[in-house]
Design a binder for this molecule. Structure first.
Ligand code: NAD
Length: 325
């Protein structure tokens, strides 16, 4: 498949891996890139900008294909030296960055000067248009189905993607609720130039997380996610385990919830322990509604070729037959 995204990023398939906290390590990013998609290292998963530089080198040892780095700018428990992470990305020579969260405008001049393509993740049309206006090369349009932070508008991709197609000039990826060939074909039909998948890539052989997590996600249905931090206007979609249910219960109590009321339950380090040790109620982990469509643990290569083949078949056989008279 050839789209504006495959051309812009120099990749074989229009499939991009989401920048997932604790999951976007070199093993996964390199596997996705080697399979012809775009792998992404998650910047803040590395404790310091120096560690990020080392991880980029590690990824380079595992693939000679393009890969990107994600830089997410959202509230965190400990302050993050974003400028230094951005500087590390520039000095590493990586040529694609995925930004997410707050407006990336302060970092665009340095990224552009270094010849870096910037894909900004947006949960609304107004943010997508703003990203286009400030000079981002592409956007990743993140529907309400997505894992992690879907924003506060609650608009699904069935509406967001056609709106993006009508109003954006720059290429865009469909993100949220994507995980199979039907999703890819549908996203392309709605105007997207490719897809961004996070949750689906968590259940692959190369994803660096405990087998218990993968198995639980295979067993899960589309009803197994929960929205937390709604009361703090920092909504996140996570897997519905006992910790997520506890957070939702605390937020539903009368009166305002303060972040301190839930901090010990949601802190990222506990999520990392959960991924490492496989105790499914240790903390929270991001997961999208697509868990309802995940039923195996393939390699990234198997997954990407299956998705692309399925989508090609749908387009060239099922859909073509409908219009061929
Ligand atoms: P962390 O341990 O600092 O915080 C845990 C969670 O609490 C994060 O989701 C964070 O956004 C939220 N949070 C922190 N302080 C807050 C506050 N004052 N008010 C409201 N919410 C607050 O973060 P981490 O787990 O180490 O993650 C690091 C970064 O990656 C954060 O910016 C986080 O939002 C982001 N992240 C994004 C996704 C996603 O969207 N796919 C998933 C996980 C983490």
């Amino acid at each position: 498949m050839r789209t504006r995204i495959t051309e812009m990023l120099g990749i074989q398939h229009p499939v991009v891996q989401g920048g997932m906290q604790w999951v976007g390590l070199a093993e996964l990013a390199a596997a996705v890139s080697n399979a012809g998609g775009l792998g992404i290292l998650t910047g803040l998963t590395q404790p310091t900008p120096e560690d990020l530089l080392k991880e980029i080198e590690r990824c380079r040892d595992m693939t000679d294909k393009p890969f990107a780095v994600n830089l997410t700018i959202l509230p965190t428990i400990k302050p993050v030296p974003y400028d230094e992470y951005a500087q590390a990305i520039v000095s590493s020579g990586v040529k694609i960055v995925e930004t997410a969260g707050r407006n990336p405008e302060p970092y665009l001049p340095m990224f552009k000067q270094a010849g870096i393509k910037v894909i900004h993740k947006c949960t609304s049309i107004r943010h997508s248009l703003k990203a286009e206006k400030i000079g981002c090369d592409a956007v990743s349009v993140d529907g309400f189905e997505c894992a992690g932070h879907p924003g506060e508008d609650d608009v699904t991709n069935m509406i967001l993607l056609p709106l993006a197609a009508r109003r954006l000039k720059i290429p865009f990826l469909a993100s949220g609720g994507l995980g199979d060939g039907r999703g890819l074909a549908a996203a392309l039909a709605m105007g997207a130039d490719g897809i961004n998948m996070g949750t689906r890539f968590m259940v692959t052989k190369e994803a660096p997380i405990h087998e218990n997590v993968k198995q639980r996600m295979i067993e899960a249905t589309e009803l197994d996610t929960a929205l937390i931090y709604r009361s703090l206007r920092n909504t996140a979609r996570v897997f519905k385990n006992s910790v997520a249910e506890k957070v939702v219960e605390i937020e539903s109590r009368p009166g305002d919830t303060k972040f301190e009321d839930i901090q010990s339950l949601v802190q990222g380090v506990k999520g990392r322990e959960l991924f490492d040790g496989g105790d499914l109620d240790k903390g929270i982990w991001s997961a999208g509604m697509i868990v309802g469509l995940i039923d195996d643990n393939p390699s990234c290569e198997e997954l990407i070729s299956r998705i692309v083949k399925e989508a090609e078949q749908i387009i060239s056989e099922r859909l073509s037959a409908m219009v061929a008279h």
